[in-house]
Design a protein around this ligand. Structure first.
Ligand SMILES: Nc1ncnc2c1ncn2[C@@H]1O[C@H](COP(=O)(O)OP(=O)(O)OP(=O)(O)O)[C@@H](O)[C@H]1O
Length: 245
């Protein structure tokens, strides 16, 4: 679905990523992990065709990405980041209908898909986006990214604004995307989330890929800790004390 082959990106004299190779197969969710400034967003910008590689190639759905076909190849993908460029004057529903039209989703299916995802996430579609909290804005971005049922989801810190309940719903949605044959590349600092949803993890340090391992291989070497399941406690409390605003 996605192949990044020996890609280097320089900004002037500075090499942001060097000889990066990675791939994501159909039906596979891959974590993309590394310290601040290691080159994750740079790699993602290159995959999205937002910037050009200094050398190397990127293939999406079997086609080599270039200046001329970036917009066309982006139709195979959806992108989700911490703060998407949503028009904040419109409501969530208006923004999502706009996205649905951009992605040529038949009008007869738009409302049902939007309402289904909004229902799962308990998203408010009627307030202007500027009046929503960061996490609630992020729900609108997540719905936008899933609406077109993309072949490849590219995510840069997708859940940083979400509370634990919504994070768990996000995990279910990604699992469903995978079941439907979708692929995903997730850059995240939330390692427990990565551990839960990814089949494989690619580690990038200083602009270079330093490891590329199946989750099962990592689990075999991970230390075992006894932990209190705080998520479950939080979830229970939130269910008991529903926010009725
Ligand atoms: N437009 C640019 N001009 C110059 N240097 C840049 C530019 N964009 C990114 N860099 C540099 O490239 C390196 C990689 O940055 P990048 O944003 O890809 O890291 P990251 O892994 O996404 O970091 P974080 O986890 O903090 O989001 C950093 O040293 C950054 O300062």
């Amino acid at each position: 679905m996605l192949k990044v082959k020996h890609v280097t990106k320089k900004f002037g004299d500075f090499t942001a990523i060097s000889d990066v190779s990675l791939d994501v197969k159909k039906g596979e969710i891959v974590g993309f992990i590394g310290p601040n400034g290691s080159g994750k967003s740079t790699t993602i910008d290159l995959i999205l065709g937002l910037t050009q590689a200094t050398s190397g190639q990127i293939e999406i759905a079997g086609e080599q990405l270039n200046r001329n076909n970036a917009a066309k190849l982006r139709q195979n993908m959806s992108f989700l980041s911490t703060d998407m460029n949503l028009d904040r004057t419109v409501t969530g529903r208006q923004a999502l209908t706009y996205f649905a039209n951009l992605r040529h989703i038949p009008e007869s299916e738009q409302s049902s898909r939007i309402d289904h995802l909004a229902g799962l996430l308990n998203a408010n579609l009627d307030k202007p986006i500027k009046k929503l909290s960061r996490g609630n804005r992020q729900k609108i971005s997540l719905i936008a990214s899933l609406l077109s049922r993309p072949k490849l989801l590219v995510m840069d810190e997708p859940t940083s604004g979400f509370d634990p309940v919504v994070q768990n719903i996000f995990i279910d949605l990604i699992r469903q995307h995978k079941k439907d044959g979708g692929a995903g590349l997730i850059s995240s600092h939330n390692l427990s989330e990565v551990a839960e949803i990814c089949d494989r993890v690619i580690f990038i340090v200083g602009g270079k890929v330093v490891a590329n391992k199946q989750m099962a291989e990592l689990q075999a070497v991970a230390p075992k800790h006894e932990v209190i399941d705080l998520d479950a406690v939080f979830e229970k409390l939130v269910q008991t004390h529903q926010d009725t605003r």
